[in-house]
Design a protein around this ligand. Structure first.
Ligand code: GLN
Length: 379
């Protein structure tokens, strides 16, 4: 695990804290989620939900996940056998990979890649095969995708909406990936934690809804993103019963169970009215525009994301050719912290001068950040 000693997100947050910079690096909202969610968790704690909950997750949360998948995507999910509650999406990803991969098995991933994927693949002794998506469109090269599959491919790990690219995979892309997975007997593991954070005409399409894919797909999501409680670490996965059983076996020895009182509270939040979910994306779209307009005015090249709460910007037009170097100096140059996109790539040349900014922040914080960044041009 030596290559994984520290995460870029923890590093940048420590840098922001040390320097007092506005932290647009690590992706966490600066306002908590719905009050009813917080109240329900307090209530559950007072009512005595403080001992080990059931390993697969409390039944009301598993039922709420199944209802949510039916309500938003028309998916039929059995809450008893096809849902597992996990310690955030991070544990869902790790448990699934550890459950399905033997040492030497292969996992296809898309670069830029979320950092825990590579670490979980390494924990399993599996091998990562990378398909590179390139700024600004981040399109999939079909030849490169096909070449990433071999007879040892066990998993294709998809993330849509995609962190950090802000890309929302369309049906044709999902079908291309799904067809190759089926051809090679691989499972698609799909990280959909930003499922409710899509903008403009983008529509989130879960892989499990594509024809024939339900029985080959493990779907992962998290309360941290949808309900702005990243510190709660309540996530879940669902898929065919035998795959969920395998992940459950591993989960028993990773965390055994996870936090009890948060689970009924998240169950309630998953049933909130449509207004909550549409309000979330409308709010974030406004914040996206605020940040992207500000970055553009400050001289960055910007390709506005269609999903997630991250925007990737190119610092080359400002004369900064090395995004990693810029992120180290940005707190001192502009009083703002951001994450270098090279941290998400094997081939760092694909990320050159790219930096990622999070916009899940209060409007006044975003205004202050773009105001500070507008002074970069003179540096
Ligand atoms: N997923 C968040 C991000 O991309 C951070 C999570 C973490 O710090 N591991 O910024």
């Amino acid at each position: 695990m030596r290559p994984f000693t520290s995460t870029i997100f923890a590093e940048i947050t420590a840098l922001a804290t040390r320097t007092g910079a506005i932290n647009l690096g690590q992706g966490f909202p600066d306002e908590d989620g719905p009050q009813s969610l917080i109240d329900d968790a307090c209530q559950a704690m007072r009512a005595g939900a403080n001992q080990y909950p059931p390993g697969p997750g409390v039944p009301v949360l598993r039922e709420a996940v199944a209802r949510h998948q039916k309500r938003f995507y028309g998916l039929d999910v059995d809450p008893d056998t096809e849902v597992l509650v996990t310690a955030g999406a991070t544990e869902a990803i790790a448990a699934t990979i550890l459950a399905l991969c033997e040492p030497g098995d292969e996992v296809v991933t898309f670069d830029p890649v979320y950092d825990s994927y590579a670490a979980s693949i390494a924990l399993a002794g599996a091998v990562r095969r990378t398909v590179t998506l390139r700024w600004p469109e981040f399109t999939i090269d079909p030849g490169e995708l096909r070449a990433a599959f071999t007879e040892r491919t066990r998993i294709v790990l998809v993330n849509t909406p995609h962190n950090p690219a802000g890309k929302v995979f369309d049906e044709a892309e999902l079908d291309m990936i799904g067809a190759l997975a089926r051809e090679h007997g691989a499972v698609v593991v799909t990280d959909e934690v930003y499922e409710h954070q899509v903008y403009d005409d983008a529509v989130h399409v879960p892989m499990a809804t594509r024809p024939g894919m339900g029985e080959h797909t493990v779907t992962i999501s998290s309360a941290g993103k949808t309900f702005s409680v990243t510190g709660w670490k309540v996530g879940w996965l669902h898929g065919p019963a035998e795959l969920v059983a395998a992940a459950r076996t591993v989960k028993q020895y990773l965390t055994f169970v996870n936090a009890g009182p948060m689970q009924p509270a998240v169950a309630g939040a998953l049933g909130l009215d449509d207004d909550f979910f549409t309000g979330l994306s409308a709010d974030l779209r406004r914040k996206r525009d605020l940040l992207c307009d500000g970055l553009r005015a400050a001289g960055f090249g910007v390709s506005p994301p269609r999903g997630t709460y991250f925007a990737v910007a190119d610092a080359a037009p400002l004369g900064f050719d090395d995004g990693a170097e810029l992120c180290r100096r940005l707190p001192e140059l502009a009083g703002v912290a951001a994450v270098p996109v090279s941290a998400f790539y094997d081939d760092v040349s694909a990320a050159r001068s790219l930096v990622r900014f999070a916009f899940c922040k209060r409007d006044d914080v975003l205004h202050a950040a773009v105001d500070r960044l507008s002074r970069l041009r003179s540096k």
